[in-house]
Design a protein around this ligand. Structure first.
Ligand SMILES: C[S@@+](CC[C@H](N)C(=O)[O-])C[C@H]1O[C@@H](n2cnc3c(N)ncnc32)[C@H](O)[C@@H]1O
Ligand SMILES: [Zn+2]
Length: 498
């Protein structure tokens, strides 16, 4: 399967995800799930007798994590994040600022590699959830925030003198408002079934639902049917015409049901096959809705039905922060389609990779620990029944994960040869319509100079998209700083007035 990505599917990288993400093409990933360290102030180590033995990572942060160049980069690429980090430093302290800096540079790259139609799920706990939410709002757009999923990750909590912290948070952002609801339905809540499905006939258990809708009906929907006048109670007839139940009726009882345009004829048809309940006291007839037809409910944002990986679970690897496959399967099924590319930049024992593989998605996993690749191979053999044979390579023909320790090279950047930059200048001049991008004055070509939007000293490339023309004055004011700085300064000097 081809993707626009420069990394083949089924790749597990072992290395720092920042370096690796910088080598992945822009806008080629459909779904990102990340479960980073939470700033929990703990060190996690896997037991020596487990599959993940040797895997250990620190979740302790200091201001040293807040590398100066990362902060500079954040300031240039997204000033809002820079301010949020500084706010957190004042409100919470340096460790939090260090953690958020670590996260922000990576989230900037994740934002770049995610397709505009893609979705991202950030798994965290309440140590930093609120700061991460602000950062995600700024970066992915607060309008694209779809849910703050709460996952009940453990049932018991020993400390009975506090409110037990049994929940994790999963922040979900996507431009698409919808999830693949039908792919993740779960059984109805038994309490709900008991409360509402109180009737039974030879066909099975059913509940009653209204055959009318609010508003007086002026046409046929307002007429008498079997002696009942819906208008009396300010309503009109409304036998289902669309939706799941109408389809079920058509499939099981009334061929062509959804083509019956007349509302009263629909009622007659339903009555003929005994799908209408007539109360003994001559009350309003109601529609029978059989439990059997119910496709289950779409989970709410409160997930209490997925248990943590138990001590004897088959899927257990020993990785301290291992998440259940069921959790990842729900996320992947909800927000991607078969063949889509899923990326987990903190993949640990490769749970997201295994879940993606099971659901027929492409995947890339990254973890700083080399054990991640070993665990992936063990899990593939055990959970996907893929016979791995390192000796002669048999068993791998159809299923070969790539295990890479170095970042790949991006193939979507048009790097310019120094000689080409001259002609690039003409192109820029035309696209800027002969104006300086800063002060907006129309000027002759020879007084404009090429500026790197992200300066070369901060990793900005001689690449299309990172170059613009500025006049000498604007160039001198901007120096190595951001366009935002230049504009503010031009306004202060009243060169720009808007
Ligand atoms: C909370 S765990 C992820 C667990 C994973 N969801 C699973 O089910 O196994 C976080 C992972 O991030 C990895 N990690 C920490 N810093 C990293 C970095 N800079 N680059 C890549 N991985 C990193 C750790 O090694 C650890 O495995
Ligand atoms: Zn200018």
């Amino acid at each position: 399967m081809a993707n626009a990505c420069n990394v083949p599917s089924r790749t597990i990288f072992t290395g720092d995800n920042l370096d690796i993400l910088r080598g992945i093409n822009s806008e080629c990933v459909d779904l990102i799930y990340l479960d980073p360290p939470f700033n929990s102030n703990r060190t996690y180590a896997a037991p020596l007798d487990s599959e993940a033995r040797g895997a250990e990572f620190d979740d302790v942060w200091t201001l040293d994590d807040m590398k100066e160049e990362w902060l500079d980069e954040i300031e240039i690429r997204m000033p809002a994040l820079f301010h949020l980090i500084n706010g957190a430093k004042l409100a919470h302290g340096e460790s939090m600022a260090g953690y958020l800096t670590f996260m922000s540079v990576r989230l900037l790259e994740l934002h770049r590699v995610l397709k505009s139609t893609g979705s991202i799920y950030l798994h965290c706990d309440d140590t930093a959830a609120h700061y991460l939410k602000s950062i995600m709002d700024a970066l992915f757009g607060w309008r694209n925030y779809r849910a703050g999923i709460i996952w009940k990750r453990t049932s018991a909590h020993n400390d009975s003198r506090r409110f037990g912290r049994v929940q994790d948070y999963i922040l979900f952002y996507s431009r698409r408002g919808m999830i693949n609801a039908d792919d993740i339905r779960i059984p109805l809540d038994p309490e709900y079934v008991e409360q509402f499905y109180r009737y039974e006939d030879a066909r099975g258990v059913y509940r009653l639902s209204d055959l009318t809708a609010p508003r007086i009906g002026t046409g046929e929907t307002g007429r008498l049917w079997r002696g009942h006048d819906p208008n009396k109670s300010g309503r009109q007839w409304n036998a289902p015409l669309r939706g799941h139940y109408a389809a079920w009726i058509e499939e099981n009882f009334i061929p062509g049901y959804r083509e019956i345009v007349s509302p009263l004829a629909r009622l007659d048809a339903l009555d003929d096959v005994e799908l209408i309940y007539h109360p003994p006291n001559n009350g309003m007839p109601a529609l029978k809705r059989y439990l059997e037809s119910n496709p289950g409910q779409v989970p709410t944002a409160l997930w209490i039905d997925i248990s943590p990986v138990g001590p004897h679970a088959r899927e257990r690897t020993g990785w301290k922060t291992q998440k259940p496959l069921a959790l990842l399967e729900r996320i992947i099924a909800a927000s991607s389609n078969p063949g889509d590319l899923v990326l987990d930049p903190f993949c640990g024992c490769a749970t997201a990779c295994i879940a993606a593989e099971k659901l027929g998605r492409q995947w890339i996993g990254i973890d700083i620990l080399p054990q991640a690749a070993e665990v992936l191979r063990d899990r593939a053999r055990r959970e996907l029944q893929i016979p791995l044979d390192d000796g002669d390579g048999s068993g791998w023909e159809d299923w070969t994960p790539f295990i890479l320790t170095e970042p790949t090279r991006r193939t979507d950047l048009t790097l310019l040869h120094p000689l080409d930059i001259k002609s690039e200048k003409d192109l820029l001049y035309r696209s800027q319509m002969g104006r300086c991008i800063g002060c907006e004055y129309e000027l002759p070509l020879h007084v404009l100079t090429i500026d790197h939007i992200v300066p070369r000293s901060r990793g900005g490339l001689d690449a299309v998209g990172n170059l613009q023309l500025l006049c000498h004055t604007c160039n001198a004011i901007k120096g190595n700083r951001t366009m935002e700085y230049l504009r503010t300064e031009l306004r202060r000097r009243e060169i720009l007035t808007d």
